[in-house]
Design a protein around this ligand. Sequence first.
Ligand SMILES: *Cc1c(COP(=O)(O)O)cnc(C)c1O
Length: 405
Amino acid sequence: MKTYQVDENGYYGIFGGAYIPEILYSSVEKLKNAYLEILNEPAFQKEFHDLLHNYAGRPSPLYLARRLSEKYRCKIYLKREDLNHTGSHKINNAIGQILLAKKMGKTRIIAETGAGQHGVASATVCALMNMQCIVYMGATDVERQQLNVRKMKMLGAEVVPVTSGNMTLKDAANEAIRDWCCNPSTTHYIIGSTVGPHPYPDLVARLQSIISKEIMTQLQEKENRNYPDYLLACIGGGSNAAGTIFQYVDDDRVKIILAEAAGHGIDSGLSAATIHLGTVGIIHGSKTLLMQTADGQIEEPYSISAGLDYPGIGPLHANMAKQGRSEVLAITDEEAVAAAMQLTRMEGIIPALESAHALAIFDRKQFRPEDVVVLCLSGRGDKDMDTYIKMEEEKKTIISNRKSI
Ligand SMILES: *Cc1c(COP(=O)(O)O)cnc(C)c1O
């Protein structure tokens, strides 16, 4: 049977694999040989699910958004990952990986972060498990995500600002890999998305698959069938999307629409629309689509949302998009902010800027009244309040300028 899941060599179609420096070979090999066995151990499963439930607050609700459903003439459910402890889906993966690191005898944790959500989730589970935690973060992101930086430090993590490149997520990941190369035996690298060398994309997807497992049970209760007509999610590296679709990737009844960040527009030179603009290359240990110049230099990505401005994409999503299994829309900053404002006013939920990209899909696509549409609301908007306030003020200035003319 044709499947969109990873094959035994770590590939999704032509994408994936493990392109790593020799010094990391034995660490990655050990992880590859151990992860499925550890994840399937009853003791691991018990501790993982106990923490997801009692610590992270799962299951997250599947909320029927009535006003939004009326406006867009279909049945819209929001999978409320924003209600998780630490404010996003990132905690699911962080809990799973810290348990895995402990089982593998690691004593030191490193992580990269963009918006700071994965950094906070990693620092949180390290506090919980009494492990040393070092978080690499681009200096640009340190600047625009101050609240999360303060949280990580309060949780006891060391935050290392990275000043190479355009000082965002890609550069933070480069530094984390450099650190890992220096400390391969003691250190576990908690990658925060479905990116990196095999087995990380599959490991992270499996840890996030709790999202679609819950959707199945919750839809069965609410709709008397365990699948939706559509699944919607935003994609940075692809982990909340992977978790949302995991149980359904090979189920043709379920259509998948994903939103990547178009920034100022895909032709503007300021975007992170990897699937629209990317070509095949290797980034952070994985063969995937990436934004690069004709001679293979990685292009600096841009998005208003720090969690989406990554020049690569998880190999699972590169393959699904290329095979036509998923449809990927490129959503601009402006569309995302408008969708965030609308959700806030219509449902009383302030979403993360990343999740707002997925919400903007409703203004682009027409659904039928009988369609059941599940959207992964990957995180809450607390971290983005400064950006929202600034955008509202700019809008007011433009309007008052117009009036005075
Ligand atoms: C990190 C983040 C994302 C993007 O990462 P994925 O791996 O693509 O899910 C999306 N939403 C929120 C709230 C995030 O924190």
